[in-house]
Design a protein around this ligand. Sequence first.
Ligand SMILES: *[C@@H]1O[C@H](CO)[C@@H](O)[C@H](O)[C@H]1NC(C)=O
Length: 269
Amino acid sequence: MEMPSVFKLIPYCISASDSSKLQRMAKEITLLLIQVLRRSVEGIGDQSKGCDGCGFSANTNSVLEGFSIGKRFSCTSKHVGDMNLKTFHTLFVNGKFCKDAKLAKADDFYFSGLHIHKNTSNTFGSTVTPVNVAQIPGLHTLGISMVRIDYAPNGGLNPPHTHPRASEVLVVLEGTLHVGFATSNPDNRLISKVLYPGDVFVFPVGLIHFQYNIGNTYAVAFAGLSSENPGVITIANAVFGSNPSTNADILAKAFNLERKMVKNLQSKF
Ligand SMILES: *[C@@H]1O[C@H](CO)[C@@H](O)[C@H](O)[C@H]1NC(C)=O
């Protein structure tokens, strides 16, 4: 089997000037490529996940998290398991494939629509419009992304959540937001502030944070995130809305709640 060079596999995934990252990736890729090839050939890769899963942990610090290989432009969960060695010509990093630089086009680096005011008639009264590697393939491995967030008047809430792979810097364009994050154990200190248009606030990577519209007008904010694939864990959804449900006794004990209250919360998420 002809093994394509690592550098050919990742033409626009990393800039040539970023040599330390390149070297680190090359080393990891070499090690993992062997591991992945072996797994795929043996058919023990995780076939239950699509391109975003690819059978590897999504929460390691490795730049290669979610690393796998598959058919160019057509990775499906099937391909991860059914791959023929001859189809091994695309490298996935952090769950996304790297495109041949020769095939890159302007639209790979483009998104339109962040001027649109989104409908916030939903449970929380807020809508997040993401612009990350899922929307702009050219962001792959660049370590940045952004979102627009619309908030309904009088209580539109972007509920407590965390980004496992990114810090966030948020700027308010319109409205008045009460924002905050809690620090880690043991202090769990709440760092919060009321923001007005032009104000900027930072949410450090991994910490649980929220934004709440305390004004009687719509609010709009934009945020930059330090990952092309920041991930988001909405606390209530992960705890009370897991699929399948987390054992209610566990949650009752963990949150010091009566079991029926847990059941009630679980019915809502
Ligand atoms: C916003 O969404 C709600 C709920 O889906 C819908 O009833 C309403 O018509 C939408 N409003 C606009 C302006 O699209």
